[in-house]
Ligand binder design. Structure first.
Ligand SMILES: O=C(O)CCC(=O)C(=O)O
Ligand SMILES: [Fe+2]
Length: 784
């Protein structure tokens, strides 16, 4: 029967039935008979009496908790006693009771709990005692996730020992629903939950709550084959390597329909086309290392297994991946200063509400999903990628807001939005696409596979095909990470096509070019010409390459760090292209000097211009020393015409130069010396000369100010002036950093602006002369 529901909804419904009975937290209970616990060799009797509690507390310490990399103590977050597991022995080491019933009891309980959590029956679950906890009246542990210290750690087991107490419920978040586990005074209770689920212990209201916490570790039977290389493996070859899950033919049909049903692009016009990929979000988070088909948690494992085998039979390629999700939602705030949360109303004592409990149900204002890792599920070979996922290609059974965020941030009223809260989540994903889209999809995600595929084609002599594929990358190619630059250079050379070569290299930027790339640059320039190289460098500088700081900043950084070594190799290269490439690189960098210098010189106040010019010294020095003698002279000539006070630049160039006595720097030495001499030739400021040079905006008030400043006798001015005009003068003085105090005397109408020239004028002048004299002496010394 055909359904009128959209295909995405039908896929979602179908997948929601897979593993529907699997939970993220489950409990069971056992009778304590025969389950002995020895504390430092003394048996505990159940229910644990107050004397035993007192003895436990006497060997306990206040508990710490993990926060990022650290362990911290904060009783407002976690308030409980912890007893080192070394004090605790399960069973009877004296053998008096003959048996260790714990092993049997735990095995049986873990069987039940594991089944409820969806742990495969053939996996072995081990419980490792982590600690013993005692909660007295008022003690608690706020919502948190347990850190997974070990890749095989999957879940946490909390064993509640029989005591008389109230409160102290263990509350575990199961996709947005609270599962509440209470202790018992007669039975031992066992609650297990996936370690990435948020959970908390509510305050104990009377008596004492005593628990044993265990890490649950899972060993899977079939060791995975991680030796195969993903680029040599074809998906069909992986086909039968799986565990032989029966293929869900209905799901296969749905997948086929998904990839053949045109969808309208979400934004703007354009024709409806079938989606290129499907990104199915799983419910748990995993580390890169801990991600594999067999180690998936609960329902994730079942849904992934179904989807992967159905994908294959639908002729699709599939990856297991990791996504990072960012959502911005409206945060509800009430007029009494309290915040609504999904755990009831929360009162903000300070400016910031408690993010853990803040409302996550507000309207979604902004959201994005990025895939940053993927791997072929049957090989375990993974790679970093970067791929934005569109809303129209995303599918999930559980909506992200039901999950536990790994980070959150509250933002007060921001103008555009009211109060907002940002959450960041991590979810694993299954990404699939029709086999024939493989190249485009993988390339779009920044996969090294796409680049290796081009290289393989070239190696097989399929040059025209490789060139065509390379050109097809143009609309989206983002490179395959900086480490793939050498392969990209090799492919760019191999395609024998200027455009294709440009497309392949455009995302990389100049940052990665060094001495090792000199030879490849030479070969590329021989093949495609110097103008090709110039254009590529130009596009890197203007567009802002993919993996580095944008544009000109990246260029300056490269000049400061790698230019010298790269040019050195190029200049000693025997082939004629070495010198040519060196020329192109130097000219490219030199072309940015006038622009950079002019914009630094224009900055105000003058002290800022001075600092910026001095900062450019290293950059200019590197370019000048990389240039040929004539070129170096031309660079200096170009600076001459720029105007402004370039003394700090010239001095800094010479100070930064590895060898300022080198012939290339001779024109700078001469110019610097000339400018310093001219500066010192100016008459010294007289002790009673208070004149300050100033150019305002041209308005009458600026002219009036200029008149006062220019006067050598007048030090102070009281100037009745209305507020907007006063403000104009305040900012004119501040912007230029003038040595003049400016205050408002709030009497009369209008108020009076009081200006006073400070002693700094004299001091700055003297300091500048001293600086020039010292630099001149040093520069003269360079001339020999
Ligand atoms: O005592 C409990 O029930 C659980 C404590 C807990 O969450 C932890 O130790 O991480
Ligand atoms: Fe915990």
């Amino acid at each position: 029967m055909m359904s009128s529901q959209p295909i995405a909804d039908r896929l979602k419904t179908h997948l929601s039935r897979v593993g529907a009975d699997i939970v993220h937290a489950a409990s069971t209970r056992v009778q304590p008979d025969g389950l002995n616990i020895l504390i430092d060799r003394a048996p505990l009797s159940f229910p644990i009496g107050e004397d035993d509690i007192a003895a436990l507390i006497s060997i306990a310490e206040p508990a710490h908790f993990g926060s990022g990399e650290d362990t911290v103590f904060d009783p407002t977050v976690r308030d409980t006693w912890v007893i080192d597991p070394a004090h605790v022995h399960l069973g009877d080491p004296t053998g008096a009771t003959g048996t260790d019933n714990w092993t049997g009891a735990l095995d049986e309980s873990l069987g039940h709990l594991g089944a409820a959590l969806g742990i495969p029956a053939d996996a072995t679950v081990r419980a490792e005692l982590h600690s013993m906890l005692v909660y007295g009246k008022g003690q608690f542990f706020l919502p948190h996730q347990d850190s997974e210290k070990d890749d095989s750690m999957l879940a946490t087991l909390v064993v509640g020992l029989p005591t008389t107490h109230t409160g102290g419920e263990l509350v575990v978040d199961d996709d947005g629903a609270d599962r509440i586990f209470t202790g018992d005074q007669d039975d031992i209770t066992l609650a297990a939950f996936y370690a990435d689920r948020r959970h908390e212990v509510k305050p104990v209201t009377s008596g004492h709550r005593v628990t044993l916490t265990f890490n649950l570790l899972v060993d899977h039977p079939a060791a995975e084959d991680t030796t195969a290389d993903d680029h040599t493996m074809t998906t069909t070859a992986a086909d039968d390597a799986g565990t032989g899950d029966p293929v869900d033919s209905e799901l296969t049909a749905l997948i086929t329909e998904y990839f053949t049903t045109p969808v309208k692009p979400r934004w703007g016009g354009g024709n409806a086309t079938p989606p290129q990929r499907m990104v199915f979000l799983l419910d748990h988070e995993y580390s890169r290392h801990g991600l594999s088909r067999t180690t998936l948690k609960g329902g994730d494992r079942l849904r992934a297994a179904c989807l992967l085998s159905a994908a294959r039979s639908a002729g699709c390629e599939a990856m297991l991946g990791l996504s990072e999700i960012h959502e911005t939602r409206e945060a509800a705030i009430d007029d009494r200063g309290g915040y609504y949360s999904n755990r009831g109303r929360y009162w903000a004592d300070e400016d910031e509400p408690d993010i853990e409990t803040l409302d996550t149900d507000g309207e979604l204002l902004d959201g994005d999903i990025t895939l940053n890792w993927w791997m072929v599920p049957d090989t375990g070979v993974g790679e970093s990628i970067e791929s934005r996922v569109g809303e129209e290609e995303t599918l999930a059974v559980t909506s992200t807001r039901q999950l536990t965020a790994h980070a959150a941030e509250y933002e007060g009223y921001m103008g555009n939005y009211g109060n907002t809260v940002d959450h960041w989540y991590r979810r694993a994903a299954i990404i699939l696409w029709p086999m024939e889209s493989s190249f485009v999809v993988r390339a779009e995600a920044g996969s090294g596979w796409a680049l290796r595929t081009l290289a393989d084609r070239l190696a097989q002599g399929q040059i025209a095909e490789a060139a065509a594929d390379a050109r097809s990358l143009e609309p989206f190619w983002s490179g395959a990470g900086p480490e793939s630059l050498d392969l990209a250079l090799e492919v760019a050379l191999g395609v024998e096509d200027r455009t294709a070569a440009t497309v392949v290299l455009t995302p990389y930027g100049i940052a990665g070019l060094g001495a090792e790339q000199a030879e490849a640059l030479g070969a590329l320039t021989e093949r495609y010409g110097t103008s090709w190289l110039g254009d590529l460098l130009g596009s890197w500088a203007s567009a802002g390459p993919r993996f580095t700081t944008p544009g000109v900043r990246a260029l300056i950084e490269w000049v400061n760090t790698s230019m010298a070594s790269t040019i050195a190799v190029l200049r000693t290269d025997e082939s004629p292209s070495g010198a040519t490439v060196a020329e192109v690189l130097t000219s490219h960098a030199a072309a940015f000097i006038p622009q950079q210098v002019a914009s630094a010189a224009r900055q105000i106040p003058p002290a800022q211009a001075w600092r910026s010019l001095a900062d450019l010294g290293g950059f200019v020095a590197e370019v000048v020393s990389a240039a040929t003698r004539d070129h170096a002279a031309a660079i200096v000539d170009g600076l001459d015409g720029l105007g402004g006070d370039l003394i700090p630049l010239y001095v800094s160039v010479l100070q930064s130069a590895a060898d300022p006595a080198d012939e290339n720097f001779a024109p700078i030495v001469a110019e610097c010396r000339h400018r310093l001499e001219a500066e010192l030739a100016k008459p010294e400021r007289a002790a009673d000369d208070w004149s300050i040079r100033f150019t305002g905006c041209g308005c009458a008030d600026c002219d009036h100010l200029a008149g006062f400043l220019a006067s050598s006798e007048q030090r102070s001015l009281t100037w009745p002036l209305a507020k907007p005009r006063r403000q104009h003068i305040h900012s004119a003085i501040d912007a230029q950093g003038l040595p003049v105090t400016h205050t408002t005397e709030r009497t009369g109408s209008p108020h009076k602006l009081k200006l006073h020239k400070t002693n700094l004028l004299m001091k700055e002048d003297a300091a500048r002369r001293k600086y020039c004299a010292e630099q001149l002496a040093w520069v003269r010394g360079l001339n020999r």
